[in-house]
Design a binder for this molecule. Structure first.
Ligand code: PLP
Length: 425
């Protein structure tokens, strides 16, 4: 019997990210036999778990934990941690940053809520600015973030078969002409890319990224790079890359995919004007942020060890899982004679499966698989902002491969057999 405001109703309404996060907790709690390939939980990697245990012990022994739990940080974040991160980014990557360029947020999701609504939507001069996504599909969590509706413009990518000897693999490429056209036709507040991309595992190369930044800069539009899985940390990228930043870019890092999603901690690196705005928004919406995550990584940032975790622990772990998952899914599709194509896995921890012959929507497939106790994420909701409908958007599903091998084997078998059933009518 309560009436909600337009904005309240929009934020409180149904969304793909709500279903996904709800499934993540609820499905497992209600049915421990559910094969969980939905959601974005990282794997519990023993080496990482060990690091966090040791860090907690140090915080307890030194008494730092008492202050960490018992005091608010300023809304910009812990200034010592921010200073160490600025120093690390200067010395390791030559970024021209100081404490004025960094703010903490309660996870990357919150950072994007702030950034998108800061830079796009209804402007004071009455114009309406949008967020441009150069490669759609893009992260499902962005889609409901706009306080105003219609916030996104998405560009359809080009699709290639990168290796003719492996026709079951495909790859998205940014279509720079489409990006340029969108930049000229729309009023754009920011360009946003997740790199590597959730859901597809696509990694825009350093060259492609530079070209997008140059193009956007010519239009005086900032580029937001979402490093939820990217370099320098957590560094779940399966190819060499050099992290770059300048004042026309906004970069986010999160502790979630390092193995600390429960701490809800992320960093935004941007021009001081943006950092001041983010800090103010943090104070208004939440006073401050969780302090535990920052303290858990404080020493790792100060010593620089945090940037070694990707190459030494996370990348090898997920790369091996990715190789296994691609092989295992390929075999399952073959066994059931399913026409399926897998996006090349260049980073993050999802397989993106394209089923060109799927006669039902991926949403329907998700429901059918749930009945067979396999949880996946349907692809439709990753294709927001497109100006022209695209059949491809109904033919893809996302599969989290951070699960143990036996879970993947079982789940892929069910998926291939269900798709085969559906396709045979
Ligand atoms: N960006 C991308 C691409 C993601 O996949 C996620 C989470 O899965 C986030 C941002 C938000 O993560 P968090 O809020 O845990 O930092």
């Amino acid at each position: 019997q309560f009436e909600f405001s337009r904005m309240g109703g929009k934020l409180a309404g149904p969304s793909g990210i709500l279903t996904l996060m709800d499934d993540l907790g609820r499905a497992l709690a209600s049915d421990p036999h559910m094969l969980m390939l939905g959601g974005g939980n990282p794997a519990l990697i023993p080496q990482m778990t060990q690091i966090w245990r040791e860090r907690i012990e140090v915080l307890l022994k030194t008494g730092t934990m008492d202050r960490t739990l018992g005091q608010y940080d300023p809304p910009q974040g812990n200034l010592q941690v921010i200073e160490s991160l600025a120093q690390l980014l200067r010395t390791h990557y030559g970024w021209n940053v100081s404490t004025e360029n960094i703010a903490v947020t309660s996870g990357g999701q919150t950072a994007f809520f702030y950034l998108f609504n800061l830079l796009a939507g209804q402007m004071p001069d009455g114009s309406y600015r949008r967020i441009l996504l150069p490669v759609t599909p893009e992260y499902i969590g962005y889609s409901p973030l706009g306080l105003d509706s219609g916030l996104f413009v998405g560009c359809r990518p080009r699709i290639s078969t990168p290796d003719e000897s492996q026709p079951h693999l495909f790859k998205y490429h940014v279509d720079l002409k489409a990006v340029e056209s969108a930049l000229s036709r729309h009023s754009i507040g920011a360009v946003a890319i997740s790199r590597p991309t959730n859901p597809s595992g696509n990694f825009l190369s350093d060259d492609e990224t530079r070209e997008i930044v140059e193009l956007a800069t010519r239009h005086r539009v900032p580029v937001i790079i979402d490093n939820a899985y990217g370099a320098p940390f957590p560094g779940v990228v399966f190819q060499p890359t050099t992290p770059v930043w300048n004042e026309s870019m906004i970069t986010t890092f999160s502790l979630s995919k390092l193995g600390l999603p429960g701490t809800r901690t992320a960093f935004v690196v941007a021009a001081p004007q943006i950092i001041k705005a983010i800090t103010a928004m943090s104070a208004v919406t939440g006073l401050s942020h969780g302090t535990v995550g920052q303290q858990l990584v404080a020493d790792l940032i100060e010593s620089g060890e945090i940037v070694d975790l990707g190459p030494k622990v996370l990348r090898p772990f997920y790369e091996e899982k990715s190789r296994f998952a691609v092989q295992c899914l390929t075999d399952a599709l073959k066994r059931h004679a399913v026409d399926g194509r897998i996006h090349v896995s260049e980073g993050a921890f999802f397989l993106w499966l394209w089923l060109p012959g799927l006669p039902i929507s991926s949403q329907k497939l998700y429901e059918r698989l749930k009945l067979r106790k396999v949880l996946i994420v349907p692809g439709e909701e990753f294709f927001f902002g497109l100006e022209v409908p695209w059949k491809h958007a109904e033919q893809c599903i996302r599969l989290n491969f951070a699960q143990p091998a036996h879970v993947l084997e079982k789940a892929f078998e069910v998926i291939a057999s269900e798709v085969s059933l559906v396709c045979r009518g």
